[in-house]
Design a protein around this ligand. Structure first.
Ligand code: ZN
Length: 298
C-alpha cells in the first residue's frame, strides 16, 4: 500500500505533501507491462496526480487528472488520483523505451517528448476545471511545478522519483511538493533551495530512509511537522492503484455494438473487454452476448 503524509515546515512558510507510491507504481507496471522508462514516466505522473489531488482539493470527493500529450515514443499519458487515495493511469505505448540519458538516468523527457500538460480537476458537483500549459522538459516534476505556478499561482518545488531495478521491478517511487506560502521568509526559501540542490533524488532517499526520512532530508533545518487530525483528514492516507471499472460497466460498453456484431462475437466463442485504465480483462461468453441483443428477442 502506498501512503501520503501532509505537514508544514519553516514555521508555516511551507506546506508539504509527500507520498511513497512504490506499490502503486509497481502495480501499474505489472498491469500495463510497462517498459522501465515507461514505468518511470507513468510512475512520476501517478505520484504527481496524487500530490496535486491533495494540494488542490477543497472537498473530500475531488479528483485530479493529468493528461500529457507529447510527441515522443510513449504517446499520450493519463494519470488520475482522488482524495479517496485511489490512483490509476495508462500510457499510449507501454512497451516504448529509450536508452538512459547522458546523466545515466531513465530518459523520461525523451520518451514523453515535447507537447502539453493538461490538468483537470473534477469537483463533486460534476464541474471540471481544465487548464493546459506547454511541457517544460517532459520530466514531469518540472512540468507540474510550472503548471502550479502559471495556472494556480502556487509557487512550489516538486520532486518525483521512480527507481527501477535491472529486472524491471519498482524499487522505490514517490515524491513531494513543497508549496511556498505567501510571506515566507527569504532565508527559509534560500535554505529550501539549497537543500533541493543537495538532494540526490527522491527515490534514492526514499529507499534509504523511508518516507519521513526522505521528507526530513529535503526539509533539513526547516523543521517539518506532520499535520494531524486537526486538518480534518487523517495524518497518513493510504494510496492504492485502484480503478473504477467493473464487470457491469464492461457489459454496458458492449451494448454500443450493433446486434450483428454481438452475434458474430458469440459465434466466435465470446469476446473480451479490456479496461484501458487498469488493463483488467472482462470475458463474455456466447450466452451473455446473445442476451445483450445478439439474438432476436422471443
Ligand atoms: Zn479498470
Amino acid at each position: 500500500m502506498g501512503r501520503l503524509v501532509r505537514g508544514l515546515a519553516g514555521g508555516g512558510a511551507f506546506r508539504v505533501i509527500a507520498a511513497d507510491t512504490t506499490d502503486v507504481v509497481e502495480e501499474a507496471r505489472r498491469r500495463h507491462r510497462l517498459s522501465p522508462t515507461a514505468t518511470a514516466a507513468l510512475g512520476r505522473a501517478l505520484t504527481g496526480a496524487a500530490l496535486l489531488a491533495f494540494l488542490l482539493s477543497k472537498t473530500p470527493r475531488e479528483r485530479v487528472t493529468l493528461k500529457i500529450e507529447g510527441d515522443g515514443p510513449l504517446g499520450h499519458l493519463v494519470a488520475e488520483a482522488g482524495v479517496d487515495g485511489r490512483v490509476r493511469g495508462y500510457v499510449g505505448r507501454p512497451e516504448a523505451d529509450l536508452p538512459p540519458n547522458e546523466r545515466g538516468k531513465l530518459d523520461v523527457g525523451g520518451l514523453i517528448g515535447k507537447g502539453e500538460l493538461r490538468v483537470m480537476r473534477s469537483l463533486p458537483n460534476g464541474e471540471i476545471y481544465d487548464s493546459s500549459v506547454p511541457l517544460v522538459s517532459g520530466e514531469v516534476a518540472e512540468d507540474l511545478a510550472h503548471y502550479l505556478l502559471k495556472s494556480e499561482q502556487i509557487p512550489s518545488a516538486v520532486l518525483l522519483g521512480v527507481r527501477v531495478a535491472p529486472e524491471g521491478e519498482v524499487e522505490a517511487a514517490g515524491g513531494l511538493v513543497v508549496q511556498v506560502m505567501p510571506g515566507a521568509p527569504e532565508e527559509a526559501v534560500d535554505r529550501l533551495e539549497e537543500n533541493l540542490r543537495a538532494v540526490p533524488g527522491f527515490s534514492g532517499l526514499l529507499k534509504e530512509r523511508g518516507l519521513l526520512g526522505a521528507v526530513g532530508a529535503v526539509l533539513a533545518g526547516l523543521g517539518f511537522e506532520k499535520l494531524g487530525a486537526e486538518s480534518g483528514l487523517p495524518p497518513e492516507l493510504p494510496l492504492a492503484f485502484r480503478c473504477r471499472c467493473d464487470r457491469e460497466k464492461a457489459r454496458q460498453a458492449l451494448r454500443f455494438f450493433p446486434p450483428e456484431e454481438l452475434r458474430k462475437m458469440a459465434e466466435e466463442g465470446g469476446t473480451e473487454v479490456v479496461c484501458r485504465w487498469c488493463g483488467e480483462v472482462y470475458r463474455f461468453g456466447p450466452e451473455e452476448l446473445r442476451s445483450l441483443g445478439g439474438e432476436p428477442a422471443g
